[in-house]
Design a protein around this ligand. Structure first.
Ligand SMILES: *Cc1c(COP(=O)(O)O)cnc(C)c1O
Length: 229
């Protein structure tokens, strides 16, 4: 069988997302597709843009900056989804439209520092860590409200919601349990005066569970571009 092109994969995924929205009683088009283009060639990103894809996720600040410059102002959004070192904050402030991985005030303040005086607003998700033993990135639910309150004070940052990466689970029930906790954390913030509209959750292996639990943005690499080399 011929291999599907990037364009075919995007069409197929968009169709599957619409189906899942219907199955799980979600509003049509309430789930956005973020194409994770880390390690992919600019030509592959361009093929995705030609297929109508308008949002790309990158894990390395330098790679995001290089690709966004090479591709130029063609109306696509760049989302930073990796761990941000403070010495790379300037690159992200300059070239990203979104960052999904804020987990400490220091980085948020660095970004604000580089944006101060400009009219650019960086869209922000806080990374929530519900499996504290397995990974270090992200903050606990206990620390979340305080960080959220501090971030909304920063003028050039707009807090949009939460992001989470579960530890791998192959059964949909345990995938859903994790995503449900993230959704509940967002609902809790919104009951306490926030107006957050974004849940960044779901990757190639678990996006169905994420749609079932209310994701608004699935971050998908492999299912669009194939296995990373
Ligand atoms: C690489 C990556 C993805 C995409 O993963 P796939 O399994 O290839 O879909 C999503 N989110 C983050 C944070 C990533 O680092």
């Amino acid at each position: 069988m011929a291999q599907l092109t990037v364009s075919d994969q995007i069409t197929k995924l968009e169709r599957h997302l619409r189906e899942l929205e219907s199955v799980y009683h979600r509003e049509p088009h309430s789930v956005k597709l973020l194409a994770v283009s880390k390690t992919r060639q600019v030509s592959e990103v361009k093929a995705a843009i030609a297929a109508g894809q308008a949002a790309f996720g990158e894990n390395y600040a330098q790679e995001l900056s290089d690709k966004s410059l090479e591709i130029g102002p063609v109306g696509v959004d760049w989302h930073f989804i990796g761990a941000l070192q403070s010495n790379k904050a300037k690159l992200i402030a300059q070239h990203a439209n979104w960052i999904h991985t804020i987990d400490r005030l220091k980085i948020a303040k660095r970004l604000q520092h580089h944006l101060a005086g400009s009219d650019k607003i960086l869209q922000v998700c806080i990374q929530l860590n519900l499996d504290a033993e397995e990974t270090k990135a992200g903050i606990s639910r206990d620390e979340l409200p305080a960080l959220a309150e501090q971030i909304v004070e920063l003028e050039n940052l707009e807090l949009r919601g939460l992001m989470s990466i579960p530890k791998p689970a192959s059964d949909i029930a345990s995938q859903r349990r994790h995503f449900a906790k993230v959704r509940q954390a967002l609902e809790h913030l919104n009951q306490n005066g926030f107006a957050l509209d974004t849940l960044s959750m779901g990757m190639s292996g678990d996006y169905q569970a994420a749609v079932a639990e209310g994701t608004t943005m699935v971050r998908i690499g492999t299912a669009i571009f194939g296995k990373r080399r």
